[in-house]
Design a binder for this molecule. Structure first.
Ligand SMILES: [Zn+2]
Ligand SMILES: [Zn+2]
Length: 363
């Protein structure tokens, strides 16, 4: 049933997009995130969650990205559409490697390498990145980008709990939105950590105390905000009040191999006059197929596939692993942002027929 609902949502979005594109002043931007470049992929494989005896040239679903996957994704973007208005880049550039094996210098090198690769591929295009701090800029077509540092509200941040407004960001966000509202600007909000929970696991991303102040600004200025784009989640998702989130690779359910849930790059089509998002195209790389091609000596072109054309196949795959509890958790994750609200929603949806949460991934 969850699959049917998802299908309906996608179809509706697509029909709306078709209806409003004619005559509109169409623009595009790329949203990229969570490259997670593992510089040890060909040596210690420090990012890999399991043994990978035969690492593929393009990577493995158990690991973060080898450089080849990073550059291939960027190259694919230039082939798909190089003439974009701008790019949005929402962080997580280094690998999931313990701090003992990283240093500021290594991280800076990785950031530099990625920055160079992206700016070389998209010369003269503005990249709006979220690497700490907050700022706002106007795009050439007059859309306001508001970049936030939502890492301040992350459940893993030990410094910020108890502070009513870490780094004064809520105050700045509200003031910025008030100004945008007074001049009638449309706003795209970008940040790394998304509000709400990661589903179906139910991992909370925002500290509960920061949910209400954040959501109240969004609600107050919802008429100005045309889109919100986050990273970090490592799977595709939608929330009730924001547009979309994305990220690439290294997300895997136990026991599942090769399910194509490694979206990496997303092309957003929007109306330059209103900022309205008309369509989102999600691309991902089929790692096993690409790796196999390379081993067979074939052309090593990346096999990128449009998500919407494979949505049915993907849902079929999801249906095998997402039981009733899992579906309830995904649906509740669309609209609830605290653990208490989320749990209440799940138990309401679930009744006694749901397997317990320890078995959310079933057959
Ligand atoms: Zn990440
Ligand atoms: Zn992250």
């Amino acid at each position: 049933m969850a699959g049917d609902s998802l299908s309906a949502v996608i179809c509706v979005c697509f029909l709306v997009a078709l209806q409003v594109t004619s005559g509109a002043n169409i623009g595009h931007f790329w949203h990229v995130t969570d490259f997670h470049y593992d510089h040890t992929y060909w040596s210690e494989q420090l990012s890999c969650n399991d043994d990978v005896p035969q690492p593929g040239v393009f990577g493995d679903y158990w690991c973060d990205s080898p450089w080849r996957l990073v550059t291939d994704a960027i190259e694919a973007m230039t082939h798909i559409r190089s003439d974009v208005d701008f790019l949005v880049w929402t962080g997580d550039t280094v690998a999931h490697i313990h701090d003992d094996h990283l240093s500021v210098n290594i991280n800076m090198d990785i950031m530099q390498n990625l920055t160079t690769a992206i700016t070389k591929a998209f010369p003269n295009k503005t990249v709006y990145a979220t690497f700490g701090g907050y700022y706002t800029r106007l795009t050439a077509s007059g859309l306001r980008i508001v970049a936030l540092n939502t890492n301040l509200y992350y459940t893993s941040d030990r410094q910020t709990p108890g502070h009513p407004d870490p780094a004064g960001q809520f105050q700045w966000f509200r003031t910025t939105m008030e100004r945008a509202n007074s001049t009638g600007e449309k706003v795209i909000v970008i940040a790394h950590i998304p509000p709400g929970l990661h589903t179906p696991r139910g991992t909370l991303w925002f500290q509960t105390e920061f949910v209400q102040p954040f959501n109240s600004i969004l609600t107050q200025f919802a008429h100005n905000i045309v889109g919100m784009h986050f990273g970090h989640d490592h799977h595709d998702g939608f929330k009730i009040f924001y547009d979309a989130q994305v990220t690439p690779w290294r997300y895997k359910l136990p026991g599942q191999v090769g399910v194509p849930h490694n979206p990496a790059i997303r092309l957003v089509t929007f109306d330059r006059d209103t900022g309205r998002h008309l369509d989102i195209q999600q691309y991902y790389l089929d790692l096993p197929a690409s790796n196999k091609q390379d081993q067979a000596g074939a052309e090593t072109t990346a096999n990128f596939t449009l998500l919407f054309t494979t949505a049915a196949a993907e849902q079929e795959g999801t249906a095998k692993v997402c039981n009733k509890t899992c579906k309830a958790r995904i649906l509740c994750g669309f609209k609830h942002y605290t653990m208490a609200d989320f749990d209440a929603c799940v138990s309401q949806q679930c009744d006694d027929t749901c397997p317990n949460s320890g078995a959310i991934v079933g057959k």
